[in-house]
Design a protein around this ligand. Structure first.
Ligand code: SAH
Length: 220
């Protein structure tokens, strides 16, 4: 991402967000902190929400969807434990904000969104910011993106009824899959890992995401 020329005010807002919402609540990964200090979150919301972009809650991005609360973005990213050479799959591009954070921290991001208007808007924003290591697809992300598998990290930013088998299959050995699992309105954040063919699952905390709709998600 090229350094953007922007009003000083946004830089202050980001520092306030990172200090008050992210470091204060225990996120320790310096690479996550740095990425969240760099990505201009206000660019990923509609103009009318611009001045709320750094606040401690999710915001509407239209089409009934939301950009996740900053803290949730930070925790999910930290749980992925990304290394610079990693390849990551994201399900639920939404605004594109999470994809930007990931793209600063790894080699390549593959992101899938089922609503093509959202995908297009996200792609435009991210290209304008200078990101060249993100690939976009419109489709059902509950089936993953087999072509580029396996992935070192997979992040699902919508709530699933269960962990989709397709995603477990596409996860690299020792890779990490971060996914909210539960009912349509209430989930638990899960980290799934795979070692020598065995699948392990750890529950982190309760959360609320819009539903993952699709073949291995909720019925459309
Ligand atoms: N990561 C986003 C937040 C996304 S909200 C951000 O940073 O802004 C969840 C998104 O998942 C919504 O845009 C929704 O349309 C999308 N979604 C739901 N089910 C999906 C599926 N099966 N495949 C791809 N995207 C899906």
């Amino acid at each position: 991402m090229g350094e953007m020329i922007e009003a000083k005010e946004w830089r202050h807002e980001r520092e306030r967000m990172v200090k008050g919402q992210i470091i204060a609540r225990g996120v320790e990964d310096q690479r996550v902190v740095d990425a969240m200090l760099r990505v201009p979150r206000h660019v990923f919301v509609d103009k009318i929400y611009e001045h709320q972009a750094y606040n401690d809650y999710p915001l509407s991005v239209g089409h009934g969807q939301t950009i996740s609360q900053p803290y949730i973005v930070a925790v999910m990213t930290e749980l992925l434990q990304l290394k610079p050479g990693d390849t990551v799959l994201e399900i639920g591009t939404g605004s594109g904000y999470q994809a930007a954070i990931l793209a600063l921290m790894c080699k390549m991001v593959y992101t899938i969104e089922r609503i093509s208007a959202l995908r297009e808007q996200a792609r435009e924003r991210l290209e304008k910011l200078g990101f060249t290591n993100i690939a976009y697809m419109t489709g059902d992300g509950s089936l993953g993106w087999p072509q580029f598998a396996p992935y070192d990290g997979i992040i699902v930013t919508a709530g699933a009824p269960e962990v989709p088998n397709a995603l477990i299959e596409q996860l690299a050995e020792k890779g990490r899959l971060v996914i909210p699992v539960g009912s349509e309105f209430f989930q638990t954040l899960n980290v799934v890992t795979k070692q020598r063919g065995r699948v392990f699952r750890k529950e982190i905390f309760e959360c609320t995401f819009v539903p993952l709709l699709g073949k291995q998600g909720w019925k459309e």
